[in-house]
Ligand binder design. Structure first.
Ligand SMILES: [Zn+2]
Length: 102
């Protein structure tokens, strides 16, 4: 573009293409760049889509059962107490349970 005089206008370099334009031929883009009419692009409509919030809460809940005893032992129906993690001793396993011999 030749540098010509236009009253009230000045030369502007387009931020995108780098061509010299008159000030009336450039405008600000949504990116903040001052660009010419050929380079100007509208913001994509997908940028304005609002998603529906994903509510992942369950419909109802029950309170914690405080009646469960967190004691150190567990008592069975016969009254025998066991530790919370019952470890089976090798003596308690009946003979032949893990016997793979033919
Ligand atoms: Zn341009």
């Amino acid at each position: 573009m030749k540098t010509t005089f236009k009253s009230g206008q000045w030369n502007v370099i387009c931020d995108r293409c780098g061509f010299k334009r008159k000030s009336n031929d450039v405008r600000e883009e949504w990116t903040g760049l001052m660009v010419c009419e050929e380079c100007w692009e509208p913001r994509h409509p997908q940028d304005f889509i609002r998603s529906i919030p994903d509510d992942q809460t369950v419909p109802f809940t029950r309170p914690d059962d405080s009646s469960i005893d967190d004691a150190d032992t567990y008592t069975d129906i016969e009254g025998t107490s066991y530790p919370p993690t019952y470890i089976i001793s090798p003596d308690a396993v009946p003979d032949g349970t893990n016997d793979n011999e033919i």
